[in-house]
Structure formats: structure tokens, C-alpha cells
Design a binder for this molecule. Structure first.
Ligand SMILES: [Fe+2]
Ligand SMILES: [Fe+2]
Ligand SMILES: [Fe+2]
Length: 421
């Protein structure tokens, strides 16, 4: 299976190089991992559900099918809950028995989101069925429920049974007995038996909490094997933007518009093709850290309190560290994460100054402001060109944003802002 994936990637890569003459590489697993961490972000840090499910699922798979390729299983484990679009649903999914509607919505939504990325084609049916109960498989009229989905179904419920506030080895007896009760109904008995054998080993449980063990394992097994190229990176970035945008009901295409506006600003400023591409990717990713912001704040229909505004400010901080995980995209990381920085150092969260903000960061800041001002908000209508330009020029005067970028925007306003492509 892995071989076929590599071949697929190689063919696509050749096409991309011929068509676009550029090479851009990112590890596919790193991309999936970044997305997994971003959907596990909470207001007060990261809860590594996707990572831990991936580890449990991998260990079971390896016992059942030694030597077989587990790449899609790990990818799907990272991505299995990307369909969850609110904190309430995220919390609900942590109960052992979950509301049916929430379950079926996020699996179907997850499958739909994954269809945007060609390289993730083989994970779609796994994600779709990660909560399909074993007893219901027979009712599916021949629709295949991949064994990977059945393994993730169990790994996912094992993970939610672990209480993070209690010592893990004190919990194993209770977890095993609970899982056993649902063998043959909720879970495939063959997979449960395999888990029970593994569960005798303390190391199996201790590893679940050991991020270093996971990192080493993925590095060893899949380290340099699967690389995504330009078209794939773009598809992935669009997927990230969509996940952010569907969590923010008032700005449902904000990431897409920031990507489009920054790309066109880059073009009108005669930046290189490669930089224009990176601006587009940074635009899609710039608010990915917003997944750490509680839905109650993102959905708030009115002004924010001082405390809520402090929480909002962490979003571009998380954007920085999420993209940093990709290793090969430092420029995208900076351009995306610095979009709230201002030339006089009054921005957030790093308070960088003009000499630390290159052209890409300056473009992204303007693109984000112009996108926000030209969007309808619950408390105001979208602003017109003359109102927007006045605000921007005032900001230039106050040494907040770059005058050359604003001038280029003004001269090409219709192309950059009004034409949505
Ligand atoms: Fe789920
Ligand atoms: Fe889950
Ligand atoms: Fe932002």
C-alpha cells in the first residue's frame, strides 16, 4: 500500500515539476500531524487525542498484521476528528457513549473535508467509519468498513476512557473490563482480544502518554517516505483554511479571501512566483491557531471583553508553532503568524518591529485587515473602498502597516479585493 502511495506521489510530482517548474516538499505525515494537533488545541494548551489514538491504533494493527503497511491507519488516526467543528462537540465526543447525531455528523463531515486532498483519498472511508459499531457493519449492504476504521473505533474509545488526572497504570483494569463488555457489539472481538494482550504490558500504557516515543516511532517507520508537493500542499492548506472557517460562522470564507488577496498583492508587488505561492499558503494557514479559541468567543455576536480579547491574541502564537512543525516551511510560518504584528511594535503576540517584518509579513498584515474590513460582521456591514482606504492610510501614517503595500492595493483594488478568484 505504501509503495503504491509513493508511486502516486512520484507521478504527481513529475507532473508538477513539468507544469510549474518548482519543487516544494513537505512530509505528508508532518502535514497530517500539524492538522491533528490543531484540531486538538484547547484554550489552555493541546490535548493530544489524535496522536494518542494513532499510537494505540498502530500498536494494535502491528500485532494483528505484522509487517503490513500502517501508513493510512496513522494518517487517518491523526485526522479522524477533523469533522468536529465546535468545543461542545469536542467535549461531548470525550464521553464513552456519545450522542448519535454528533457521532454521525462529524464522521460524514470529516470524510467530506478529506475529499479535498487527493493524497488523503485512502483515509476517507476509514474516517467515515471510525464510529461504526461492529454489530452494525452487517447492516451496511456490503459497504466495506476498513479494518483500520474498526481499529481506530476501539483505539478512540480506549483513549477517551483514560483520565488525564489519574495515574495511568491505576486505570488499566477498569478500562480493560469496560472495553470487554462491548466486545462483539461496539467493537470487533478479534481487535479487542489483541488489545487485551497488549494491555498486559506496562510499556503499552506508559507509551500512550510519551510524546517522544510516538515521535521516534513515526520517524523510524515513515520518516522520509512520503512527501507532498506543490499541488498537494495547496490542497492541504485549503483544507486547513476550511476547517478554521467552518468554526467561525461570521467569516465563513475569511482564510480563502486572505489567501487570494495576499497572493494578488504579491503579484502586483512583483514578488517571485514561489513567494506568491507561499503567500497563498500562508493566507490559508494564517488563522489556524484560532482552533484554540473557544467557540463561545468566535461565535460572540458583539464586542469582546478584555479577557476574551487576551485569549484571541494567542491564535497567531499557535499558528507559529503549528506551522513550525512542518520544518520546511519557515517563511510560510513567519508570514502567517506575523499577520497581527505592526511596524511600530504595537502588534501581537511577538511585538516585532519594522526591521523584523519582511515584505511577506507586511503583505499578510494588509491582506488580513482589508479582508476583515470588507466582510459583513454581525455588528457592522462591510465597508466600501473609500472607507477601507482611509483606515489603511491612517494606519500607514501611524507607522502600523507598509505604505508601499497599501499603495499597490489602492492602484489594483478591483483586481485584488473585488474579484474573488
Ligand atoms: Fe470521532
Ligand atoms: Fe476521536
Ligand atoms: Fe488573525
Amino acid at each position: 500500500m505504501l509503495e503504491s502511495l509513493i508511486n502516486k506521489v512520484d507521478i504527481r510530482n513529475k507532473i508538477d515539476i513539468q507544469e510549474e517548474g518548482k519543487i516544494m516538499t513537505v512530509n505528508l505525515l508532518d502535514l497530517a500531524n500539524m492538522l491533528s494537533v490543531s484540531v486538538d488545541l484547547m484554550e489552555d494548551g493541546v490535548y493530544h487525542h489524535g496522536q494518542r489514538v494513532a499510537y494505540i491504533a498502530y500498536r494494535i494493527f502491528q500485532e494483528l498484521y505484522p509487517g503490513e503497511d500502517a501508513f493510512n491507519l496513522v494518517l487517518a488516526s491523526f485526522l479522524h476528528d477533523i469533522g468536529i467543528d465546535s468545543d461542545e462537540k469536542k467535549k461531548e465526543a470525550r464521553n464513552f457513549i456519545v450522542d448519535e447525531i454528533i457521532l454521525s455528523r462529524h464522521t460524514v463531515d470529516g470524510e467530506k473535508l478529506l475529499s479535498k486532498v487527493d493524497l488523503l483519498e485512502d483515509t476517507r472511508s476509514i474516517v467515515k467509519h471510525h464510529h461504526t459499531q461492529f454489530k452494525d457493519i452487517i447492516k451496511l449492504n456490503g459497504e466495506i468498513v476498513p479494518i483500520e476504521a474498526q481499529i481506530i473505533a476501539l483505539a478512540d474509545r480506549i483513549e477517551v476512557l483514560i483520565d488525564p488526572h489519574q495515574y495511568i497504570l491505576d486505570q488499566t483494569v477498569d478500562i480493560i473490563s469496560k472495553i470487554k463488555k462491548f466486545s462483539g457489539t461496539m467493537f470487533n472481538p478479534k481487535i479487542v482480544d489483541c488489545f487485551i494482550e497488549l494491555a498486559e504490558k506496562e510499556a503499552f500504557w506508559l507509551d500512550i502518554d510519551n510524546e517522544y516515543a510516538h515521535f521516534r516511532l513515526w520517524q523510524k517507520k515513515f520518516g522520509r517516505k512520503s512527501i507532498a508537493y506543490e499541488k498537494d500542499i495547496r490542497q492541504f492548506a485549503i483544507l486547513c483554511g476550511d476547517i478554521v472557517d467552518r468554526k467561525s460562522p461570521f467569516t465563513s470564507n475569511h482564510s480563502k479571501r486572505v489567501a487570494s488577496i495576499s497572493r494578488k498583492l504579491g503579484q502586483t508587488l512583483f514578488m517571485s512566483d514561489k513567494d506568491v505561492f507561499l503567500l497563498e499558503i500562508a493566507g490559508e494557514l494564517h488563522d489556524i491557531g484560532k482552533l484554540s479559541i473557544p467557540t463561545s468567543i468566535l461565535h460572540k455576536n458583539g464586542g469582546l471583553t478584555a479577557e476574551e480579547y487576551r485569549i484571541i491574541k494567542q491564535h497567531s502564537y499557535y499558528t507559529y508553532y503549528l506551522i513550525d512543525r512542518l520544518n520546511t516551511m519557515d517563511m510560510v510560518r513567519d508570514w502567517a503568524a506575523f499577520h497581527h504584528e505592526r511596524l511600530d511594535g504595537s502588534g501581537y503576540p511577538f511585538h516585532l518591529k519594522g526591521n523584523q517584518l519582511d515584505l511577506g509579513s507586511r503583505v499578510m498584515a494588509v491582506a488580513d485587515i482589508v479582508t476583515a474590513l470588507s466582510e459583513d460582521r454581525p455588528y457592522r456591514n462591510r465597508l466600501e473602498k473609500n472607507q477601507i482606504m482611509k483606515i489603511l492610510w491612517d494606519m500607514v501614517k501611524n507607522n502600523k502597516i507598509d505604505g508601499d503595500v497599501v499603495r499597490s492595493l489602492e492602484s489594483n483594488y478591483d483586481f485584488i479585493v473585488l474579484d474573488i478568484n
